[in-house]
Design a binder for this molecule. Structure first.
Ligand SMILES: [Zn+2]
Length: 474
């Protein structure tokens, strides 16, 4: 044992001399009776005893350490007993093992996700989609408004994806499934649905200033998060991984023009492919000049600039009642399922307005050329003291945004318009489903009441005294 631990031969011989030579004698009735040799052990009181003890214990502690690497190593039966009697266990949900450079067979046995060896298959990522589906199943029992669903998708479903996307390059199929679950949940409140959506998913994924709902495009977000590794290599960060990459793959070559060999690992090839995609939006100098890599910043760069919309301030106005925003978002884009629209695609027999029964129910008619809605708007104009003559939704928006009203007053007008859109659409639906239309007076008072309540609740702090007096007098 001491030879194995690397002690010099002479020293080992000396120790062995001490261990092998002791002789013992038995004393019976006060006299010694011969000697017998000891086969192991030191003389009594030998000072090297504790030192040898330490060496033996060192050997013992090395054995479990070595054995823990053995493939048959398992929970010791006594540890199992300890666990059973105390109830203490390792939490598998909180524990993760990441293997690198191990034979595939061993990894599969441990059952972990392995990096850098093999491609991440769609089946391995099913956990992600399953988790999303289980979340939506919990929510689907509740009757959530569209706005609430938008929030849940953004804050819960897509952040699950965000966590994964920073570690793996997710297979296309998985990303498509992520989109599918989110889209189904948005439009139907369920995890699975074939219901056609009013607005394409790509459009919903735009930023709010470009007319979308501010969802992330999962494909592009994945590129932006993986771009962090490309950037780390390009900016030659000082860590082991980068050194390893440089030693094994790049080898003093130029990283920006580097092409992976056909024999390289799947993961490495994907990182190189990510670099190629980033090259479409960045020049080498621009990319290296980034001092602090921000996934969001790079994502926005990949998305690029799109035509701005002019109704953002109205639809996403802070003073709007949250559930009015979504209907308003659809209405300004003329994407509500009006009867005229349903008639065009052959679902409805008649295209006539459900409120007045005289004209085709187009968006421009409903908001607000219809006799019913135009009277509502007239009442609101009187209420808010607006002099604008125009009566369609988009015209009213434009006039308001160009008017000389203070910011707060504009926001109040927007909130009232959004409420009008919501309640008129509500009346129209009530006519469709219940065959009864609320009276115009009822609708107007509902609009006034809800707008006042909401604004009193979220009143901005920086409102001039004049404006707040004006609002109180409404
Ligand atoms: Zn009408």
């Amino acid at each position: 044992m001491m030879n194995q631990l690397g002690f010099p031969g002479d020293f080992v011989d000396l120790v062995m001399e001490c261990v092998t030579t002791p002789k013992f004698s038995l004393m019976l009735n006060g006299t010694m009776h011969g000697f017998f040799k000891s086969t192991r052990g030191l003389r009594q009181g030998d000072p090297i005893s504790p030192l040898l003890f330490v060496l033996c214990m060192e050997y013992l502690s090395r054995i479990p350490h070595k054995m823990s690497e053995h493939h048959l190593f398992q929970f010791h039966p006594r540890c199992q007993a300890f666990s059973d009697s105390t109830g203490l266990l390792a939490n598998k949900h909180k524990s993760a093992i990441y293997c690198c450079g191990m034979p595939e067979r061993d990894c599969a046995r441990i059952g972990c996700l392995y990096v850098l060896i093999k491609r991440v298959t769609a089946a391995q990522c099913d956990v992600l989609v399953d988790r999303m589906i289980s979340r939506t199943k919990i929510w689907s029992s509740r009757n959530l408004s569209y706005t609430a669903r938008v929030h849940l998708i953004n804050s819960v479903l897509l952040s699950l994806h965000m966590y994964w996307a920073q570690i793996f390059i997710l297979p296309k199929q998985v990303l498509q499934n992520v989109n599918k679950v989110c889209r189904a949940f948005l439009w139907s409140g369920q995890a699975y649905s074939n219901k056609p959506s009013n607005i394409s998913w790509d459009r919903s994924c735009c930023d709010k200033k470009y007319g979308g709902l501010g969802f992330r495009d999962v494909f592009k977000w994945n590129i932006a998060s993986m771009g962090k590794y490309v950037w780390a290599i390009a900016s030659k960060q000082d860590n082991v991984w980068i050194k390893w990459i440089n030693a094994v793959y790049v080898k003093d070559g130029d990283w920006w023009t580097y092409q992976p060999k056909a024999s390289a690992s799947w993961y490495w090839k994907r990182i190189c492919a990510t670099k190629e995609m980033l090259k479409l939006v960045y020049t080498q100098a621009e990319f290296v000049a980034i001092t602090h890599y921000s996934v969001k910043g790079v994502y926005e760069k990949i998305i690029g600039v799109k035509p701005l919309i002019h109704w953002e301030c109205m639809v996403w106005n802070r003073l709007n009642i949250p559930k009015h925003r979504f209907i308003c978002w659809l209405a300004v884009q003329e994407r509500l399922q009006t009867t005229a629209k349903l008639a065009r695609i052959g679902i409805s027999n008649s295209a006539t307005c459900l409120l007045c029964g005289q004209y085709d129910e187009e968006h421009s008619h409903l908001f607000f050329n219809c006799p019913y809605s135009s009277r509502c708007i007239m009442a609101l104009k009187v209420w808010l003291n607006l002099s604008a003559l125009s009566c369609t939704l988009l015209q009213l928006l434009r006039v308001t945004s160009h008017s000389r009203l203070t910011k707060f007053r504009k926001q109040v007008v927007y909130a009232a318009l959004a409420a009008a859109v919501y309640f008129i659409w509500h009346s129209r639906n009530s006519s469709f489903w219940n065959s009864s239309v609320p009276t115009m007076q009822h609708v107007v008072s509902k609009i006034k009441q809800s707008v006042k309540e909401r604004i009193l609740y979220v009143m901005p702090k920086k409102v001039s005294r004049k404006d707040s007096l004006w609002f109180m007098s409404l």
